[in-house]
Ligand binder design. Structure first.
Ligand code: NAP
Length: 258
C-alpha cells in the first residue's frame, strides 16, 4: 500500500511511525511546509517532502492530517494532480459530504478519527464512509486495522468518536497521572509509580479486550468484601470519580458541536 500523508504534525507522524513499524509493506510519503523536525522519518524508509504533490499520483490512499483551516489550500494544490484516489481525512469537523463536494466525484472521501497511539499500533480509529464507497473504503479500514482497532461507525457519531478516542487519550493519561501522584504520596519515586500505574491500566485494558466482558465483572474479581479495593472505590465515587469523567466527556462533545 502506498500512503501519502499530508500534514506531518502530531497525528500524521504517529501514523507514519506506526505504518513503518507495524506494516512494513507500506510505502509512505509525508509532507509539511517545514520538514526539519521530521527528516528522521527518512531513516525509517519514508519519503519526506515540502511538496504536497510529490509522488501523490502513485498513492493508494491520501491521508489528510491538517487543521480544518488548511484544507482548502491543500486541496487546491493536490486536486489538479489526482483522480480516482481515496482521501482519508482526519480533519475534525469536516463532514464526508463537504469533503466529497470539495474533491469532486472522481475521488472518494473517507472520514477517519485515529489517535496518536497509532504510533504503537494501538490506535482506536473510527471510520465512516458513504455506502456506495464501501468496497473502496475497505483499504482504509485494513490500513488502520494494522494500526490497532478500526470500527466502522455511522458518521453522525464522528464527534463522539473524536471525544472518546482522540481526547480520550488525554483523559486516560490524566487518570494515570493522578494514580502516579497518589503513588508518590504513598511511598514510590515517580518513575516507579508511573511504571506501575501505566502497566496496571494497560493490563486492565488488555483483560477487557481479551475477555470482552463488562468492566464490573473484572472489578468484582479484585474486590474482596470489606477489603481495601471496595473502600477506595467507594471513596472515589463519593467524590465524583465516574460522574466527573462522564461530565467531562459530555462537555468536550458540547464544545465540538459548538
Ligand atoms: N492530534 C490528535 O490526537 C488528533 C486525533 C484525531 C484527529 N486529529 C485531527 O488531525 C488534524 C491534525 O492534528 P494534529 O494534532 O496532528 O495537528 P498539528 O500537529 O498541528 O499538525 C498539522 C500539520 O500540518 C502541517 N501543515 C500545515 N499546512 C500545511 C500544508 N499547506 N501542507 C502540508 N502540511 C501542512 C503543519 O506543518 P507545517 O506548519 O510545517 O506545514 C503541521 O505539522 C486536525 O484536524 C485534528 O483535529 C488530531
Amino acid at each position: 500500500m502506498k500512503v501519502h500523508i499530508i500534514g506531518g504534525g502530531n497525528l500524521g507522524v504517529s501514523i507514519a511511525l506506526g505504518l513503518s513499524k507495524f506494516s512494513m509493506d507500506n510505502q509512505i510519503t509525508i509532507t509539511r511546509r517545514n520538514t526539519s523536525s521530521i527528516l528522521y522519518l527518512e531513516k525509517l524508509g519514508a519519503t519526506v517532502s515540502t511538496n504536497n504533490t510529490h509522488l501523490i499520483q502513485e498513492a493508494d490512499i491520501i491521508i489528510l492530517t491538517i487543521k480544518p483551516y488548511q484544507v482548502d489550500t491543500v486541496l487546491s494544490e493536490i486536486l489538479p494532480a489526482i483522480s480516482n484516489k481515496i482521501i482519508a481525512s482526519a480533519v475534525s469537523g469536516l463532514s464526508i459530504d463537504i469533503l466529497q463536494n470539495k474533491i469532486g466525484g472522481s475521488n472518494i472521501a473517507v472520514r477517519i478519527m485515529p489517535n496518536i497511539a497509532a504510533q504503537f499500533g494501538a490506535s482506536a480509529t473510527c471510520i465512516a464512509f458513504q455506502e456506495q464507497n464501501k468496497d473502496k473504503a475497505q483499504s482504509v479500514v485494513s490500513l488502520f486495522q494494522s494500526l490497532g482497532t478500526a470500527p466502522i461507525i455511522d458518521e453522525k457519531l464522528m464527534d463522539a468518536a473524536t471525544v472518546l478516542a482522540a481526547s480520550g487519550t488525554a483523559f486516560a493519561l490524566r487518570y494515570i497521572r493522578a494514580s502516579m501522584q497518589a503513588g508518590i504520596e504513598i511511598g514510590f519515586d515517580w518513575q516507579t509509580a508511573l511504571a506501575i500505574s501505566a502497566q496496571t491500566v494497560k493490563g486492565a485494558a488488555e483483560m477487557l479486550l481479551e475477555e470482552k466482558v463488562h468492566p464490573e465483572q473484572l472489578i468484582d474479581r479484585v474486590t474482596t468484601p470489606q477489603g481495601c479495593t471496595i473502600a477506595g472505590l467507594n471513596e472515589m465515587e463519593m467524590h465524583g470519580f465516574s460522574s466527573s469523567l462522564i461530565r467531562g466527556i459530555k462537555t468536550s462533545l458540547k464544545q465540538i458541536k459548538g
